[in-house]
Ligand binder design. Structure first.
Ligand code: ZN
Length: 507
């Protein structure tokens, strides 16, 4: 590096290094995709070694960004106010991510990875046998390791913030406790009311026999109408629906088909396409750098939830798609009216399993997980007490009994996978989605009418112009303020739920 190089020349060098380093991440992502979609089972052990090795190289490449002090020099220039605009974002974001990695010794990263790998295996057995005690020592170990990680990373306020920041930069447990608390205070009595009410239109029976090939065709049609670019992506199958960015020109999604249940694949596809459109909408020239990456998991989830909930569960969306659905699957839909279909996809029923929960009760599943994992990290909750705490919270929030740990504390893989600070991003996504959608509906003239005519490009273009195109140029909080003139709050989601379900349940 020449001593005379200007800051903007140095940023160019940094960008080049970031993009080179991202090739390794792309290779790891592709191997991981293959692992979940098409790898033969006997390849599991070898694959995990290959992915482990490449992940190590990704980590080294990240640390190598500053091997000659380039990043440190740029960071100093940033502090002196010499770097502005997009360049400032690139330097600030890269510095933050490298600083976090530098604070964590390799021995800790390795230990977390080893314990996680064992914990996931034990969790599978524990869940199958409904035996929390089996899983307990592994979860205890993981909590200790994540606490150590949080202490090393450091943060203000709750220790949980150091973990949360990894998925949702700049969000804090304190803000979450307030926003989630507000939402909970609304949801608990609202759900009680719904439980006592009768829907205006009775739901229909919609199970049946839906040939997988026809489902695939229908899902591809919806994805294409939403604007998913099949030239830069593909729709495959995996046990758990997902979207995976290999590269800006290679954003893949999966769904899962159940022959008797058509809705499962459709709503998963809508959700994952929402994620993929976010990736496909980011500036391609900045792929692999902070300006071509998602802001946070919460903002990522806002893109999938806006399509899935605000559109996919709305009447205008199905005004357009329902005749197509009836044509493809005449039994049973030719005998079910659009109104009845709408009532059917929008039933509210407190249930035990998070991934099967409706859009109203879902957030209480997330809030209780947030409260528990925050307590674990802060040291106010002990792992051995989790089954009992879980039962009490489900009873208090959703009004139902948990018959077994399999349907309670053992249902999700997240904690076994070492993910703590991750759950809140699901509800954050829905909160942001409601807030963004409200602004979109004000700015796009006749939005419901346009959606009902199948004009979904107005939605996609709006999201691209207001969110996708910026990469990480704005933080989640800045985006919320730019779009809705307000910081994140629960009012938009509460209003949406109140209006929609008061009509459906005649409240
Ligand atoms: Zn998602």
């Amino acid at each position: 590096m020449k001593k005379t190089a200007t800051s903007s020349e140095k940023v160019k060098i940094l960008l080049k290094r970031l993009q080179e380093a991202s090739h390794l991440s792309a290779a790891a992502a592709l191997l991981h995709w293959d692992e979940l979609v098409s790898m033969p089972p006997q390849a599991a052990e070898a694959r995990s070694k290959v992915i482990g090795h490449i992940s190590g190289l990704v980590h080294q490449a990240a640390l190598g960004l500053d091997s000659d002090g380039l990043l440190t020099e740029l960071h100093e220039a940033l502090d002196e106010g010499k770097i502005k605009g997009k360049n400032a974002v690139i330097v600030k974001d890269t510095w933050k991510s490298i600083s976090r990695q530098k604070k964590l010794p390799e021995s800790l990263i390795k230990e977390i990875s080893e314990v996680t790998s064992k914990a996931q295996h034990v969790w599978t057995v524990a869940r199958k046998n409904n035996e929390f005690k089996l899983f307990q020592p592994y979860l205890e170990k993981l909590v200790v390791l994540r606490r150590r990680e949080a202490e090393l990373v450091g943060c203000e306020g709750s220790l949980y913030n150091a973990l949360l920041d990894h998925y949702e930069p700049e969000m804090t447990a304190e803000v979450l406790a307030e926003v989630f608390g507000d939402l909970k205070d609304f949801l608990v009595p609202f759900i009680k009311k719904i439980k006592k009410a009768k829907p205006l239109i009775s739901p229909a029976k919609t199970t049946g026999h839906f040939p997988i090939e026809k489902q695939k065709e229908f899902n591809r049609m919806i994805a294409a109408e939403m604007g998913y670019d099949f030239g830069s992506g593909l729709l495959a199958e995996s046990a758990h629906p997902m979207s995976s960015k290999i590269h800006a020109h290679d954003v893949r999604i999966t769904t899962r088909y159940r022959e008797e249940d058509l809705f499962y694949s459709i709503f998963s596809t809508i959700h994952e396409v929402g994620h993929a459109l976010y990736e496909q909408g980011q500036p391609q020239e900045y792929s692999g750098t902070p300006l071509g990456e998602a802001v946070s998991l919460g903002i990522h989830e806002s893109q999938s939830r806006l399509w899935e909930i605000n559109l996919g569960l709305s009447r205008p969306f199905w005004t357009y798609f329902y005749p197509k659905l009836q044509k493809t699957f005449p039994a049973p839909f030719s005998k079910i009216s659009l109104d009845q279909f709408y009532a059917t996809i929008n039933q509210v029923q407190p249930s035990l399993i998070r991934t099967e929960a409706d859009e109203v009760t879902y957030h209480l599943h997330i809030i209780l997980r947030f409260e528990i994992e925050k307590g674990l990290i802060e040291g106010t909750v002990e792992v051995k007490d989790l089954p009992k705490i879980w039962r009490k919270k489900v009873k208090d929030y959703l009004g139902i009994e948990v018959p077994s740990d399999r349907e309670g504390v053992l249902q999700d893989v997240h904690w076994a996978g070492g993910l703590m600070g991750y759950f809140p991003t699901y509800t954050l996504g829905t909160l942001y989605a409601a807030q963004f959608y409200s602004s979109m509906a004000k700015q796009i003239v006749d939005l419901p009418k346009k959606v009902a005519q199948g004009n979904l490009s107005v939605v996609r273009e709006w999201l691209k112009a207001h969110i996708h195109t910026y990469g990480r140029q704005y933080s989640a909080e800045q985006l919320a303020k730019r779009i809705s003139k307000e910081k994140l709050n629960s009012r938009y989601l509460k209003d949406h739920l109140q209006t929609k379900f008061s009509e459906i349940y005649c409240l």
